[in-house]
Design a protein around this ligand. Structure first.
Ligand code: MN
Ligand code: MN
Length: 463
């Protein structure tokens, strides 16, 4: 009888499992895979750097720029870069485009601190940079964290200067200050959401005065002088520049068992790496495989590099012209994985989650039928057919997966690029790596999850 009941339980009940319990042989493979992943994270601190790193990986794998007038055969590989901020990788499949493609879309932008147009100022003997945060951040987390400065400045003569200060060991870093506990009694009374306010996210930039006693703002003059000496940048050039402050931390192993990875930008560069590494391994897939690194997801997928723009649609039109296919046939017959991270269950803050419907670190990529907030608002809500179809592909290929919502009902919520692809008449579903401390300067993922997300994407692109 005992036996019969446990057999029955096994047959009827479902609980998600840890990959290490089910497939211990994958621990070693995941560790090896994540050595490359950590390197990718360190090279890809901004959306531009993410696209550049992925482009290089693709070129090394034989991808060449897409030619509209070209004729392509199964197994050929092309790419398209949109304004240095989004990237499309294509491996042509055996079937004609009209039978649909396999899309995987991840985003290369991450929460960060952008510099305002006129960022440099001096106050009481210290030079600072003014910031405007990008994406959803908990502002108090970004103080007292070493920061680096990345971006692009166009000089008056038209020359484009790439800036990256704070990543090399010998580089200086930057930082946002916070009050010492001895003097924080007044600040401690603020709500946590206002513990540090947007206009208090000011980056410490310099402290040595330059000039004589009549010089106004001598410390500001000193840092501007260094900027000019090194890059030829004047204060006016900063008005039109794109400069981003990001955590100057390197990705590393977390945990005594080295089971996890800590690093900045894992939402969504974990899925970018899982997807790009899968795409470059393809030989001659059944359907044409299209991997996209999108931009601007963190602020609503807007702009001409985000998924709300026509850049992917226009590219697909061009692709269709090489086979005289109709783009509407392609979209209608396609399937899309919106490869974006999910929030991992945090045992320290369990009240934010509903445990039965949460994703756990190490239990594999989390597949979400819907995202959104307040009654699924803003979700594309994949069909049962789409969900089950994806699951069968993953299970045939030894992928451990789980499902889970982002927190409890009405606890908050969030969206992904899924709805923009669904709007194009494509069956779309969300899948991604569960993340602890998502959107923090230092996010945590499980190596096994990153590896199985890669396995999932690869199996899907080959299906
Ligand atoms: Mn994301
Ligand atoms: Mn995000």
């Amino acid at each position: 009888m005992e036996n019969g009941i446990s057999e029955l339980k096994k047959k009827l009940c479902y609980t998600s499992v840890h990959i290490a319990a089910e497939m211990p042989e994958d621990i070693r493979d995941a560790e090896e895979f994540c050595e490359d992943y950590k390197e990718f994270l360190d090279l890809s601190k901004t959306e531009r750097e993410t696209v550049a790193t992925a482009e290089q990986i693709a070129q090394e794998a034989g991808f060449v720029p897409f030619d509209r007038s070209g004729k392509y055969k199964a197994g050929q590989k092309v790419y398209f870069v949109n304004r240095e901020k989004s990237l499309i990788l294509v491996t042509f499949g055996k079937k004609p485009l009209a039978e649909g493609v396999r899309f995987v879309i991840a985003h290369g932008d991450c929460p960060r601190l952008d510099l305002k147009a006129s960022p440099v100022y001096e106050k009481d003997g210290t030079a600072f940079l003014k910031t405007h945060y990008y994406g959803g951040i908990r502002k108090y987390q970004w103080t007292t964290v070493p920061l680096s400065l990345h971006g692009v400045v166009i000089l008056k003569n038209g020359k484009k200067v790439s800036v990256c200060i704070g990543e090399k060991d010998t580089d200086p870093r930057f930082v946002i200050s916070d009050l010492l506990p001895h003097l924080s009694m007044e600040q401690n009374e603020r709500k946590l959401s206002e513990g540090v306010k947007g206009e208090e996210l000011n980056i410490v930039f310099g402290n040595i005065p330059f000039g004589d006693e009549d010089t106004k703002d001598p410390v500001k003059l000193c840092v501007l002088n260094i900027l000019y000496d090194r890059y030829g940048i004047t204060e006016k050039d900063l008005l039109t520049a794109e400069l981003e402050a990001v955590p100057a931390v390197k990705a590393c192993d977390i945990g005594l068992d080295r089971s996890m990875i800590g690093g900045y930008g894992q939402d969504d560069r974990s899925c970018v790496f899982a997807s790009v590494s899968a795409q470059v391994m393809l030989k001659k897939p059944e359907h044409t495989a299209v991997t996209v690194i999108a931009d601007k997801e963190e602020i609503g997928s807007c702009g001409n590099t985000g998924m709300e723009s026509l850049f992917l649609y226009d590219f697909m039109q061009d692709l269709c012209e090489t086979q005289n296919a109709k783009v509407r046939d392609v979209y209608r017959n396609s399937i899309c994985l919106s490869a974006d991270v999910g929030g991992a269950f945090d045992p320290t803050f369990r009240s934010a989650f509903e445990k039965n419907n949460s994703a756990f670190l190490g239990h594999g990529p989390v597949i979400q039928k819907y995202t959104g907030a307040r009654g699924k608002s803003g979700a594309s809500d994949a069909s049962a057919e789409t969900f089950a179809g994806i699951v069968s592909v993953l299970e045939e290929n030894g992928v451990i997966w789980q499902t889970g919502e982002l927190g409890k009902v009405d606890g908050g919520g969030g969206g992904t690029v899924a709805k923009y692809m669904a709007n194009m008449d494509v069956d779309t579903i969300d899948i991604g790596v569960p993340v602890l401390s998502m959107h923090a300067p230092f996010e945590v993922t499980s190596k096994l999850d990153v590896y199985h997300t890669h396995k999932a994407v690869k199996a899907f692109l080959e299906s």
